[in-house]
Design a protein around this ligand. Sequence first.
Ligand SMILES: CC(C)(COP(=O)(O)OP(=O)(O)OC[C@H]1O[C@@H](n2cnc3c(N)ncnc32)[C@H](O)[C@@H]1OP(=O)(O)O)[C@@H](O)C(=O)NCCC(=O)NCCS
Length: 165
Amino acid sequence: MTDDMLAPRPVRDSQSEMAEIVLPNDANPLAALLGGRLMHWIDLAGAMAAHRHSRNYVVTASVDHIDFLVPVRVGDLVILRSSVNRVFHTSMEVGVKVFVENYIADTAQHVASAHLTFVAIDSAGERLKVAAVIPETDEQRRRYDDAGRRREIRRSELERRRKTR
Ligand SMILES: CC(C)(COP(=O)(O)OP(=O)(O)OC[C@H]1O[C@@H](n2cnc3c(N)ncnc32)[C@H](O)[C@@H]1OP(=O)(O)O)[C@@H](O)C(=O)NCCC(=O)NCCS
């Protein structure tokens, strides 16, 4: 790994967008998008931001809870926006926000949000240090601060689960 790879990078460098049209194979018999398919897209959109920031392979370490706010139908356009909220050492929290666009009715609604933690690894599976992220806007600074609080909650939950295993 070169020193350049560990130079801090702004959040905007990791910002990613992914779009999917909901097809019948993505839906249940009532033509509503399957939650599992949306979770898959959220994982991919999150990984895009993590790859762009870390410039390395990443694995998903955890996904915080996801609320599905509105149903999505076959034919809808699903937009997923992601960016790195905060980097710790080898892990980083990525936020993914999902919208549904109905291009006939010209409407857009917030469908879901999720926070995922990715860990950077090399091709042998060894964990790698990740460059710091620089929040530049008020919104990015808020997400950065919130990510620190969420990490503490995750760590204490993980600790509790490890003890009860
Ligand atoms: C994620 C993984 C690399 C962590 O390995 P580990 O031996 O538990 O590593 P450590 O305890 O040293 O933690 C390494 C980092 O991961 C973070 N981490 C580990 N488990 C975590 C979890 N459940 N949620 C969030 N972060 C987690 C740690 O906080 C640490 O972050 P830091 O380096 O930024 O401080 C390992 O559990 C793994 O490979 N899991 C499988 C990942 C995978 O295959 N995902 C695809 C889904 S099948």
